[in-house]
Design a binder for this molecule. Structure first.
Ligand code: ATP
Ligand code: MG
Length: 574
C-alpha cells in the first residue's frame, strides 16, 4: 500500500506537534499539567477548564459555538455567553437539590440547551450523561434505571418517550423541559433560567472524581456504563491539540452526537478547553447539507466517521463540486476502521487525506492516531499518542513480536482512562490482565510501529486453520465498483470450521445477480488471497448499524444463523 508522505512546508499553518517521534520519546504527562488550569490543592473542574478560563482572556468574546438548527435557524454564542448560561443552569440544579455525584442526564437533540446543561451539571460536581435523541423507550429505560439518574433534561417532543417509562424509574425525581413550561410536576427550564443568577461557585473536584458517564455503542453486546473523571480533560485537551491539530483561528466541526463519547470528548471538552470555535449541526446527515455547512461556516478542521465518509462517497464526487470546500485544512476520522479507499477518495475530492485515529468509550480520549506530519499508511490507525504504551499481546498477556496479530492492549493508567463500569466492578476488572488494559480489538504492529486494526476479537473468523479479520475482507469488498458497504462474518461450516460470508449493499444502478456475485468473489481472490474470499455473498438494501454508525456484525451473524439477536437498543432505526 502506498504511503502518503506529508509535506509540512506545504501546510497552511504550522502543526502544533512538529515531530511525533521526538515528542513521544521525551513525553511525560507531568510536564504538561500546566496545559490545564488547577485550583488550590490540586483540584480542578473540567467545565471551568473548557469555558471559564477562556473568559479571563481575550477569548471571552470569541465565538465558542455556532449552532445550526435543523429548521434553518442559526445562533452564535461566545465563551462568556456559555459561562453565564451554564452558571445559571448550575444554580437551577442546586435549587432542585443536586449534589456532587448525582447523575443528571440529558436527552436532547444537538441544540444550545444540551451544551449549556452539560457544562452546568459538571460545574455542580454532579455526573453528566447524554442520551442520543433517537433512543427509544427500551434504550432509555435501561440507561436511566442502571445509572439511577435523578434529573433528566429533555424537550416536549422527546419527553413523550420518557412518560411511557417514568413509572419504572423510582430514582428519577425531576424531568426538566427546555422548550415549554411543562406540567406542574415538571421543571420549566426557561422560567428557572430567567430567575437564576449568573454567579456560581464552581465545585472544585479531585482529579479522580467522576465527570461524566456514558454507555458504549453496544456493537458487540449490551452497552456498559463507563465512568470518566475530571482528570480526563488533560488528555482531551492535549489530543485535541496534537491529533486534531486545533489552532486559534480554526473553525472546527465534530459531526459526532454527544450521545457518543466522541461528541463529548471532541465535541465539548477538548475543543473548548483549547478555546476553539465549534460548529454544531442539529439536523440529520445529508451530503448537500453537510457540504453547505462547511462552505457557510468556512470549516477548517473536520472530525467525522467512516460511515459518513462512505455515504459521501456514495453520493459521488459531483455533489462535492457544487460547494466551496477550500476552507478545509485538516480531516480526521474515528469510530470504525477507515477503508484505504476512503482516504484516496478524500485526497481526490478535498485534496486532503483523512487521518484515522483509534480509541474507545472506555479510553476517554484518543490513544492511537495519525499525526499531521507523520506519513499515512492507508488502512493503519497510526501510532500511540505520546505517553501511551500500546502493544499486541496473546491471550495469556505475553507481548507478541512485530508483525504478529493479537489483542490490542494498553499499559494503564492514562489520564482519561475509565474509572469504573457503573455498578459493575466485575466487568471493570475483566478489562485488565497481567498489567494490561485489554481493548477487545485485534490488531498488529508493523516494523515502523504503525498499528493495523484487524477486527473486534468477537468478530474474528477462523476458516480452515486461518484467522481472518473482517476489516481486511471488507476493505477490499468496498473497492469493488458495485459495492457501497460490506459486513463480513464467519459462518459455521463442517469442513472448514467457518466460512467467510459477506453482506453487501450495492451502488445505484447495480442489481444483485449470480454474475455479480462471481465477479465479486474473483475480485477478492485476486486482490486479497485465495482462501480469504467470501464463499457466500448476500445482497442487502443496507446493513444493520448502531446509531453511532457502526456495522453490527453480531446482528448479521445472529440473523443468518437464526440465533437470538441480543440487545438491539442501539440499533439504528430504518
Ligand atoms: P460495545 O463496547 O458496547 O460493543 P463499541 O465498542 O462499538 O460498543 P465504542 O466505545 O463507541 O463502542 O467504540 C469503540 C470501538 O470502535 C473500538 O473498540 C473499535 O472496535 C472501534 N473503532 C474505533 N475507532 C476505530 C478505528 N479508527 N479503527 C478501527 N476501529 C475503530
Ligand atoms: Mg467496545
Amino acid at each position: 500500500m502506498n504511503e502518503i508522505i506529508r509535506k509540512p512546508n506545504k501546510f497552511r499553518v504550522k502543526p502544533n506537534m512538529e515531530n511525533y517521534e521526538e515528542t513521544y520519546k521525551k513525553f511525560e504527562w507531568n510536564n504538561f499539567y500546566d496545559e490545564i488550569e488547577w485550583f488550590e490543592g490540586e483540584k480542578l473542574n473540567a467545565a471551568y477548564n473548557a469555558i471559564d478560563r477562556q473568559t479571563k482572556t481575550w477569548r471571552k468574546d470569541k465565538v465558542a459555538l455556532y449552532c445550526e438548527g435543523s429548521n434553518g435557524t442559526s445562533g452564535e454564542y461566545s465563551f462568556l455567553d456559555l459561562q453565564n448560561l451554564s452558571n445559571k443552569f448550575a444554580n437551577v440544579l442546586k435549587e432542585y437539590g443536586t449534589q456532587r455525584g448525582d447523575r443528571v442526564f440529558i436527552f436532547l437533540p444537538r441544540i444550545l440547551e444540551l451544551y449549556v446543561s452539560f457544562l452546568g451539571i459538571i460545574k455542580t460536581g454532579a455526573i453528566a450523561s447524554n442520551l442520543f435523541s433517537a433512543f427509544g423507550t427500551n434504550a432509555l429505560e435501561d440507561r436511566l434505571r442502571d445509572s439511577g439518574a435523578r434529573i433528566l433534561v429533555t424537550n416536549s417532543e422527546l419527553k413523550k418517550r420518557v412518560d411511557e417509562i417514568k413509572d419504572k424509574l423510582p430514582e428519577l425525581k425531576h424531568v426538566m423541559i427546555v422548550d415549554d413550561e411543562g406540567t406542574d410536576e415538571e421543571i420549566d427550564y426557561m422560567g428557572e433560567m430567567k430567575k437564576a443568577s449568573r454567579d456560581f461557585e464552581i465545585e472544585q473536584m479531585h482529579p479522580g472524581d467522576p465527570l461524566f458517564m456514558l454507555y458504549t455503542s453496544g456493537t458487540t453486546g449490551k452497552p456498559k456504563g463507563i465512568v470518566h473523571t475530571h482528570y480526563a480533560i488533560l488528555q482531551e485537551h492535549l489530543t485535541m491539540k496534537w491529533v486534531l491539530d486545533i489552532q486559534e483561528d480554526d473553525i472546527y466541526w465534530c459531526t459526532a452526537d454527544p450521545g457518543w463519547v466522541t461528541g463529548i470528548a471532541y465535541g465539548i471538552l477538548g475543543p473548548w478547553s483549547n478555546g476553539t470555535s465549534s460548529v454544531v449541526y442539529e439536523g440529520k446527515f445529508s451530503p448537500e447539507k453537510w457540504y453547505s455547512l462547511i462552505e457557510k461556516r468556512r470549516v477548517t478542521v473536520w472530525y467525522t466517521a467512516p460511515t459518513a465518509i462512505r455515504m459521501l462517497m456514495h453520493a459521488g464526487e459531483e455533489v462535492a463540486k457544487n460547494y466551496d470546500l477550500e476552507s478545509l485544512r485538516y480531516l480526521c476520522s474515528v469510530g470504525e476502521p477507515l477503508n484505504p479507499e476512503a482516504i484516496h477518495w478524500a485526497l481526490k475530492v478535498f485534496g486532503l487525506p483523512f487521518h484515522d485515529n483509534w480509541w474507545q468509550t472506555e479510553t476517554g480520549g484518543i490513544l492511537i492516531a495519525n499525526y499531521p506530519t507523520m506519513s499515512i499508511k492507508p488502512g493503519s490507525m497510526g501510532k500511540p499518542f505520546p505517553g501511551i504504551r500500546a502493544s499486541i499481546i496473546d491471550d495469556d498477556g505475553n507481548e507478541r513480536p512485530v508483525g504478529k496479530e493479537g489483542n490490542l492492549a494498553i499499559k494503564p493508567p492514562w489520564p482519561s482512562m475509565m474509572k469504573a463500569v457503573w455498578r459493575d466492578a466485575e466487568k471493570y476488572r475483566s478489562y485488565f490482565k497481567k498489567g494490561w488494559y485489554i481493548t477487545g480489538d485485534m490488531a498488529r504492529m508493523d516494523d515502523e510501529g504503525y498499528f493495523w486494526f484487524i477486527g473486534r476479537a468477537d468478530d474474528i473468523i477462523k476458516t480452515a486453520g486461518e484467522r481472518i479479520g473482517p476489516f481486511e475482507v471488507e476493505s477490499v469488498l468496498v473497492e469493488h465498483p458495485a459495492i457501497v458497504e460490506a459486513g463480513v462474518i464467519g459462518k459455521p461450516d463442517l469442513v472448514r470450521g467457518e466460512i467467510i460470508k459477506a453482506f453487501v449493499s450495492l451502488k445505484k444502478g447495480y442489481q444483485p445477480s449470480t454474475e455479480l456475485e462471481d465477479d465479486i468473489k474473483q475480485f477478492i481472490k485476486k486482490r486479497l488471497a485465495g482462501h480469504a474470499y467470501p464463499r457466500e455473498i448476500e445482497f442487502r438494501e443496507s446493513l444493520p448499524k448502531t446509531q453511532s454508525g457502526k456495522i453490527m456484525r453480531r446482528l448479521l451473524k445472529a440473523q443468518d444463523l437464526g440465533l437470538p439477536i441480543g440487545d438491539t437498543s442501539t440499533l439504528e432505526e430504518r
